[in-house]
Design a protein around this ligand. Structure first.
Ligand code: PMP
Length: 360
């Protein structure tokens, strides 16, 4: 069976070259006589795999030396709790920007540990734009400011990094990390579940400035203390070894592709192709403000929702899968992370135009 173009929001496609390499190395990783999944995480083979993956992601994102890179479990959702537990550091409250379904979840979780001051919200617009810098109503005593640079469900992406003075900026980059270069030094903490732009589910990456960790709230479980993971190179307990290895292969692939500046060019072009045909038609639409549209998640609706099922059925038959929008917003969503080839976007564009011709 031929591989499909899978537009899932996550777990999402992995680069074919990575899957081929994983297959070739499956039974015997480079003469070790073992699959990576069978290796001791403390053995020299896996230690080398782990160190190389970290070095590569540090190089890709140009991560400064005073930041730790942690390879954790529990998904981005566990970070919703670990962040207030570790970063409140005696303060009463933190600022959160409320820009969509995922920031809402982060806010709800943080409220278990401290006060949340919502410093901006775009809920009145049904989360179809990012707030402007001038609209951020930051409080003086916030321990940190949390935001979601890319809202995976609504398809809204901040076109700028908020300026917040010297408070630590915390970013849920689950659905945008590695899509373009970023200036890590602007952030106190960056986190991302792996299953969109990094590798398979089961791995969560946290990039955290060293001086922010080590003061968790009393009662924080050992496994939820960043300092424990930092001091133990993410091997306090058994890490998700195979996912870490696959993430390492993805980092190598990104380097071969020319790094994040090259990916940014491709990603901008892929997204523009979709937005162009959506905007050129009255058959498809996308509600998000032009300046705040996501490069990674492109939601769109059909003017006649009765055609949704037919659209999905025919798309699937054409090898274009998982285009159904999130149940909370309906319609369609094309997630086009790094591993979605441009040819996949071209195929979707051609299908959408043909579908409109036949049904418009
Ligand atoms: N934040 C964002 C922006 C997401 O897109 C997701 C997953 N779709 C999550 C958090 C939750 O991630 P996880 O399933 O890894 O907990």
């Amino acid at each position: 069976m031929a591989r499909v173009y899978n537009f899932s929001a996550g777990p999402a496609m992995l680069p074919e070259a990575v899957l081929n390499q994983a297959r070739d190395e499956m039974l015997d990783w480079r003469g070790s006589g073992m699959c990576v999944a069978e290796m001791s995480h403390r053995g020299k083979e896996f230690m080398a795999i782990a160190a190389e993956a970290e070095a590569d992601v540090r190089e890709l994102l140009a991560i400064p030396a005073n930041y730790k890179v942690l390879f954790l479990q529990g998904g981005a959702s566990l970070q919703f709790a670990m962040i207030p537990m570790n970063l409140l550091r005696g303060a009463e409250s933190a600022d959160y920007l409320n820009t969509g379904s995922w920031s809402k979840k982060a806010i709800a979780e943080a409220r278990h540990y401290g006060k949340v001051h919502v410093a901006a919200t775009t809920e009145a617009s049904k989360f179809t734009c990012a707030p402007a810098q001038a609209e951020l109503n930051l409080s003086a005593d916030a321990a940190y400011v949390h935001y979601t640079p890319n809202e995976t469900i609504e398809g809204v992406e901040f076109p700028y990094v908020p300026e917040i003075g010297d408070r630590p900026l915390v970013a849920d980059m689950s659905s945008t990390i590695l899509s373009r270069p970023i200036d890590v030094a602007k952030f106190g903490l960056i986190y991302a579940g792996a299953q969109k732009n990094i590798g398979p589910a089961g791995l969560t990456i946290v990039i955290v400035r060293e001086d922010l960790i080590g003061q968790p709230i009393p009662g924080t479980p050992t496994m939820l203390d960043y300092k424990i993971h930092a001091d133990n190179e993410s091997m306090y307990n058994t890490p998700p070894t195979y996912a870490w290895y696959l993430a390492g292969l993805v980092f190598k692939w990104l380097k071969n592709m020319g790094g994040l500046a090259a990916m940014a060019e491709i990603n901008a072009r892929k997204a523009q192709k979709l937005y162009d045909i959506i905007d050129a038609s009255s058959f498809y639409s996308n509600p998000v403000a032009l300046s705040d549209r996501s490069w990674m998640n492109v939601p769109f609706t059909l003017a006649n929702a009765e055609l949704d099922e037919l659209f999905l059925k025919e798309a699937k038959a054409a090898g274009l899968t998982t285009l159904k929008g999130h149940r909370s917003v309906g319609g369609m969503r094309a997630s086009i992370y790094n591993a979605m080839p441009e040819a996949g976007v071209d195929a979707l564009v051609a299908f959408m135009q043909d579908f409109e011709r036949r049904n418009g």
